[in-house]
Design a protein around this ligand. Structure first.
Ligand code: ATP
Length: 252
């Protein structure tokens, strides 16, 4: 019997837009405190899956349970409560350019938690900036930060509401290999410190290998290959998976 707790359970999920069948019977589990890497070509349906997960889109059929609750059956209030437990770290960090780092961090906090004192807010912001190794940036503007620093602040801001699930969308996109390695380490540290369960969407196999306990490759609307990096990639026979691997490790 499976002993690990499932925080996400997806069964037979289907989603089409007109004639375009995007998800064609997706099955997937995310276990507590697991880092699950989702890979797939551009347009394969990764964002559609995430949007269904947070209730922004509805599936045509199949089920998606988060913390045991069927997302498509939640009322507005419960859906909002669920969304607060899921932190989405955007590819472009999504910081507000006209706000300082402190203001960027404060914004989601004061909007969602009404009873905090100024001291609580400051403590929380400072703790998270320490966690991502950037306490000195608190009064800086996003335009003064490097790409890697922006990613870190974006992750810190996502963590400020104490999410139980983290969704990282292309966390290393556009970064040099050393900074990619630092962000990958941060993803592992976040899990360690905040006990998060995570889905990491990436095209970067070095990121996948470093951060992921399991890989799930979305191919033609289904997760065909699911397993550890070693199980899925080095000896893959499926040409579609092989080409992914060759592209990352041979041609780069
Ligand atoms: N609201 C929508 N209406 C119509 N088609 C959509 C909608 N959302 C997504 N699609 C289509 O579904 C397919 C999958 O899109 P999706 O954004 O999930 O891809 P992706 O795997 O996240 O790609 P990328 O890696 O480029 O971000 C695409 O063909 C897209 O055009």
């Amino acid at each position: 019997m499976e002993k690990r707790e499932k925080v996400v359970e997806i069964r037979g999920l289907e989603k089409s837009f007109g004639d375009l069948d995007v998800l064609k019977g997706v099955d997937l589990d995310l276990f507590r405190e697991e880092n699950l890497v989702v890979l797939g070509k551009s347009g394969s349906g990764k964002s559609v899956l995430i949007k269904i997960m947070v209730g922004l889109l509805k599936q045509d059929s199949g089920s998606l349970k988060v913390f045991g609750k069927d997302v498509s059956k939640l009322n507005k209030k419960d859906l909002n409560a669920l969304r607060l437990k899921i932190g989405f770290s955007f590819q472009n960090s999504a910081l507000y350019d006209s706000m300082t780092v402190r203001e960027n961090m404060e914004f989601p906090l004061v909007r969602n938690e009404k009873n905090l004192t100024r001291k609580d807010i400051n403590t929380r912001i400072e703790e998270l900036l320490d966690s991502v190794g950037l306490p000195q940036t608190i009064n800086q503007m996003p335009s003064e930060l490097s790409g890697g620093q922006k990613k870190r602040i974006g992750i810190a801001r996502t963590l400020i509401l104490n999410p139980e699930i983290m969704l990282y969308d292309e966390p290393t996109a556009g970064l040099d290999p050393i900074t990619c390695g630092d962000i990958n380490n941060l993803i592992l540290e976040v899990r360690e410190r905040y006990k998060t369960s995570s889905i990491v969407i990436t095209h970067d196999l070095a990121c996948a290998k470093q951060t992921g306990d399991r890989m799930a490759v979305l191919l033609d609307g289904q997760f065909d290959a699911v397993g550890t990096f070693e199980e899925v990639f080095p000896n893959a026979e499926d040409e579609r998976i092989k080409s992914f691997y060759d592209y990352n490790f041979i041609n780069s």
